[in-house]
Ligand binder design. Structure first.
Ligand SMILES: Cc1cc2nc3c(=O)[nH]c(=O)nc-3n(C[C@H](O)[C@H](O)[C@H](O)COP(=O)(O)OP(=O)(O)OC[C@H]3O[C@@H](n4cnc5c(N)ncnc54)[C@H](O)[C@@H]3O)c2cc1C
Length: 465
């Protein structure tokens, strides 16, 4: 009887263009696909609540897709290396195939599995969750890029990525299946209260949902640059949670859109940002916790243990800052697990500069509430916004939320997410306080733009010194 091979699944929950699955199938051995719910290895970086909701549905979809090919998904909970080594022993597996991941905890886990397996079992990591393996695009002298633009130019020379692999037609099952835990027993879905209604309306987690999003976007990709900054318009791809969970490969996204014409290159460059973020965390694994620019360690952030500061933070999380564009974004995030990119920049900048609250508090909130919460992309973008990153916006360039709201035509978006303001016309809706048009149910501005700007610039003096 041929020994089986194990397919270790993490953020690569797809059948098409899945190099680890393709290699497992090509080995000719029976395949045991396993997903391990591991809250030990990532420690405080375990998946947030919105991601857990997504995971439940994505695993359900993947199990159904595998069953259609004659296979199924085995679920186990525990520390990945312990579980995998035990499963390899139990099944007599000859190899474990997986996709490579770059979060520091996954890199450690990959090393632990490789060293923990008995000699009869090979451990093989495959690439394909990114356009190129992190670390493979190097400068002329063989160094790593820290800045996005030269990184993008260098990566672009290697594009397009290889043509995506088709899903296998059949996945051979083992003679007997090892025991599996029940997905419902993992309690990944919220119950009391169940806050996932708007998420379920907006998203279809799983590979088929990802494919539909891509097909829908491929027709619009040529207009990307004109529309992507307008929160009232669905101008971007909405692929981020699907890409994060690996339900679709970036190569599939590239090939489906690259001939769209118009401004599609601007979209493709956003896919490169995703790769860039992984390259940053490979070089600086602590990026989610540590300022890349040390001088910012001196910045006197307001202290969250002070109740007044805490109240400001809570107002931000609940979308009650008195700045309609910020509040609309934060409420969209809470309801759907996603926020428009332009509004993410405005809301993040508001926390860091207007409220002078440490970017790490915002990063944590996003980690818990985004369905696309991604260690690399989240920390790179927060540090970009805060001005603390290797490649970042300057701290002293303070975004004016109210003019951004007008510039990017956010009225319809605000009406959708801040119903108290639904009756206001332009320009009042962008700044109801200023025009004396604020309904009683909507809060006053938590701080004026001028006062906030002066406070932030004063705090920054310490960094300069
Ligand atoms: C403060 C802040 C935090 C963020 N946190 C995350 C996060 O945790 N996870 C995440 O995927 N994105 C994050 N982003 C980036 C960006 O906002 C989202 O990727 C984008 O809004 C997703 O929508 P979309 O799929 O329609 O993107 P599109 O505009 O259609 O872009 C296509 C894909 O490119 C990638 N991408 C686009 N912009 C970026 C970017 N700036 N950085 C990295 N990848 C990008 C995403 O995978 C996205 O799905 C963050 C941005 C900010 C300002």
């Amino acid at each position: 009887m041929t020994a089986p091979v194990i397919l270790w699944l993490r953020r690569d929950l797809r059948l098409a263009d899945q190099a680890a699955l393709a290699a497992a199938v090509a080995s000719g051995a029976p395949v045991i696909p396993v997903y391990i719910l591991d809250d030990d290895t990532p420690k405080h970086r375990k998946m947030g609540a919105a991601s857990r909701w997504w995971l439940h549905h994505s695993l359900t979809a993947l199990d159904a897709d595998l069953r259609a090919l004659g296979s199924r998904l085995i679920l186990r909970a525990g520390k990945s290396d312990d579980v995998l080594c035990a499963l390899a022993e139990e099944t007599g597996a000859s190899a474990i195939h997986c996709m490579r991941h770059y979060e520091p905890w996954w890199r450690n886990a990959e090393k632990a599995v490789a060293s923990g397996l008995s000699t009869g079992c090979a451990f093989v990591c495959h690439d394909g969750n990114y356009l190129l393996p992190a670390g493979s695009v190097t400068t002329g002298t063989g160094g790593q890029y820290k800045i996005y633009t030269p990184f993008m130019r260098a990566l672009w020379q290697h594009m397009p990525p290889p043509v995506p692999l088709a899903a296998p037609a059949h996945v051979a099952a083992p003679h007997t299946w090892p025991a599996s835990e029940g997905l419902n027993d993992w309690a990944l879905l919220p119950t009391e209260p169940d806050w996932s209604g708007a998420m379920a309306d907006m998203w279809i987690p799983g590979e088929a949902g990802a494919r539909h999003r891509l097909e829908d976007f491929a027709d619009k990709a040529k207009f990307y640059d004109e529309k992507r900054n307008l929160p009232s318009v669905a101008g971007s791809s909405f692929l981020s949670p699907h890409l994060h969970f690996g339900e679709i490969s970036p190569a599939a996204c590239w090939h489906a859109t690259m001939h769209a014409g118009g401004s599609v290159d601007v979209f493709l460059k956003e896919l490169v940002w995703r790769d860039y973020a992984q390259n940053v965390i490979v070089q600086m694994p602590e990026y989610g916790a540590k300022n890349a620019r040390d001088a910012f360690d001196r910045l006197p952030w307001r202290d969250l243990s002070d109740p007044a500061v805490k109240a400001d933070f809570v107002a931000w999380t609940k979308g009650r800052t008195g700045y309609p564009i910020v509040d609309a974004g934060m409420r969209q995030l809470w309801a759907t697990g996603w926020m428009h990119n332009r509004v993410r920049m405005i809301a993040a900048s508001f926390l860091v500069k207007h409220l002078l609250i440490d970017w790490r508090e915002g990063e944590k909130w996003f980690w818990d509430t985004l369905v696309d919460a991604d260690y690399g992309s989240n920390s790179v973008n927060w540090q970009w916004t805060a001005g603390t990153g290797v490649d970042s916006n300057m701290f002293v360039r303070i975004m004016a939320p109210l003019s951004q709201s007008e510039k990017f035509d956010a009225a319809r978006y605000i009406r959708e997410w801040v119903p108290e303001l639904a009756g206001l016309q332009e320009p009042y809706i962008h700044d109801p306080d200023e025009y004396g048009a604020r309904p009683k149910s909507y809060p006053r501005k938590i701080i004026g733009h001028k006062a906030a700007r002066e406070r932030a610039l004063k705090a920054h003096e310490v960094v300069k010194s």
